[in-house]
Design a protein around this ligand. Structure first.
Ligand SMILES: Cc1ncc(COP(=O)(O)O)c(C=O)c1O
Length: 378
């Protein structure tokens, strides 16, 4: 199998699976229990917390474990907005967020917040000045996706967040870093942000564990209530096994971030070069986007048909994002691309395990698809 859908999820690294398996078999104690095996679980959890936090320049005390990045986004968005609603009810985001940000913003709108959304242009780029222009004295929250999950478009969060804070230092900033965590170096000390979310299953860790960085001293209203775990911000017994797995996944990637980015850039260049031979391919990703995600339209052919043909050849890619389950790509729609380009779009996303041979196999299969598949009748 050639797996080229790493923006949807990634294969679990065997070393991560080993850590989880050993923990499941040996360490069952609740980290909140007071006896010694409980304390052992707590110590292991704190060690993992410290390490993962260090990967983004944070302190262990600033990292909260959740069950996934959708949960992290919900906790941050509602929590930051509700804690500031008495002085400001304007919230700003981009038009190409993941549903785990988009839908909470819609709900904030229903709750009476004024929601401003800045869409990307036809090249997939969000005008950072338009976001900045929208920030005023009543803006309590700005939420930005660092790397878009469908096109790989990247926002310069270091510059933009500094400018937002210059305009209104009270505005809280949340970053959805799911598609950049442990891919690009991120140092929260250099970022003027309150929170940042990430997920283990995008970085060769297991599904079911995520994280939320929350800057020390940030005013937030807890919205996930229950026992006092995670300092009251996220109730629920911590998943100690997957927390250790997440730490292992980070440990394996940490020394190789730059080498991996170079590897992705090579694969992307090879794919782009090969695609030049097709007269029907249009690229939907911005040139300066993340090198590991490429969105293209194979015009004249339906995405689903192509996807199933590639699947029959043992190649996994996606049409739009995995969460949309075959419905029209949200990002390409807000980019206002023509329907035939949206309906023929494919997302190829690389992971650390991919090789030049994988790209060659994809290009060959696309050639065969063009010869064998029926074109869409318009
Ligand atoms: C940008 C982005 N944000 C949030 C999520 C949600 O992550 P999770 O699956 O951990 O809930 C995803 C997953 O695809 C994503 O790509």
């Amino acid at each position: 199998m050639i797996y080229l859908d790493n923006a949807a999820t990634t294969p679990v690294n065997p070393q991560v699976a080993q850590v989880i398996s050993e923990s499941l078999q040996n360490d069952f104690a609740n980290p909140s229990s007071l006896y010694s095996i409980g304390a052992k679980s707590e110590m292991a959890m704190d060690k993992a917390r410290e390490f993962i936090a260090g990967c983004i320049g944070a302190k262990g005390s600033e990292l909260y474990f959740t069950s996934c990045a959708s949960e992290s986004n919900n906790i941050a968005i509602y929590g930051l907005a509700l804690a500031r609603k008495n002085w400001g009810k304007k919230v700003i985001t981009t038009g190409y967020e993941h549903p785990a940000v988009r839908h909470p913003f819609e709900f904030l709108g229903e709750m009476g917040f004024e929601v401003v959304t800045v869409n990307p242009d036809k090249n997939g780029i969000v005008d950072e000045n338009a976001i900045l222009d929208a920030v005023d004295s009543k803006t309590c929250l700005v939420s930005l996706i660092h790397v878009n999950n469908e096109t790989g478009a990247k926002i310069d969060i270091e510059k933009l967040t500094a400018k937002i804070k210059e305009k209104n230092p009270r505005t809280a900033i949340h970053i959805d870093a799911v598609q950049s965590f442990m891919k690009y170096p991120v140092d929260v000390k250099k970022l003027k942000i309150e929170s940042l979310s990430f997920s283990a299953h995008k970085i060769n860790g297991p599904k079911g564990i995520g994280g939320l960085y929350l800057r020390q001293g940030t005013n937030i209203k807890p919205v996930f209530l229950g026992g006092g775990q995670e300092k009251g911000l996220r109730a629920g017994t911590e998943n100690i096994h997957y927390i250790k797995g997440l730490a292992k996944a980070c440990e394996l990637l940490k020394p190789n971030l730059m080498a991996n980015l170079r590897h992705y850039a090579q694969l992307r260049a090879q794919l782009l070069e090969g695609l030049k031979e097709f007269d029907n391919v249009v690229i939907n990703s911005p040139e300066n986007g993340a090198p590991y995600t490429l969105n293209l339209s194979f015009t004249g052919y339906r995405s689903e048909t192509l996807l199933h043909f590639l699947d029959s050849k043992g190649i996994c890619v996606s049409s739009g994002s995995a969460c949309s389950k075959g419905s029209r790509s949200h990002t390409l729609t807000v980019m206002k691309l023509p329907a035939d380009r949206i309906d023929s779009s494919l997302r190829v996303s690389f992971g650390v395990q991919n090789t030049a041979d994988d790209v060659t196999a994809l290009l060959l299969a696309l050639k065969e698809a063009k010869e064998k598949l029926q074109k869409v009748k318009r």
